[in-house]
Ligand binder design. Structure first.
Ligand code: FES
Length: 111
């Protein structure tokens, strides 16, 4: 289990990008907070594999209702990571396992 950040680091809705070492693997990812729930995905767009953010920690659209890829404007559901608009409809972001403990967000081991 690897610390990502304090839960209070994210506004609601909000997002936070991270790059850390977990079980010998470099994991580039981000966490999204919405309605008090947290979701985490790899920072790799299913369209081309590039990172989604063009500003650090900014992964949501302006309304804060969808995850947005800044490269070609794909939009993804926050709770499932499914693309519902843009160049890769039906494809999904890869979710990452997290746990909230003592007001902190942790990345769990990836199988
Ligand atoms: S790389 Fe994300 S929409 Fe093209």
């Amino acid at each position: 289990m690897t610390l990502i950040c304090a839960a209070e680091r994210l506004s609601d809705p909000g997002s936070f990008g991270f790059s850390l070492e977990s079980a010998g693997e470099r994991v580039e990812g981000f966490v999204v907070r919405r309605d008090g729930e947290f979701f985490a995905y790899r920072n790799s767009c299913p369209h081309t594999g590039s990172p989604l953010d063009w500003v650090d920690h900014q992964f949501l659209d302006i309304e804060g209702t969808l995850i947005q890829c800044a490269v070609h404007d794909a939009r993804f559901l926050i709770d499932t990571g499914e693309c519902i608009f843009g160049p890769c409809p039906g494809q999904s972001l890869e979710s990452l396992p997290i746990k909230i403990l003592d007001q902190n967000i942790y990345l769990l081991s990836i199988d």
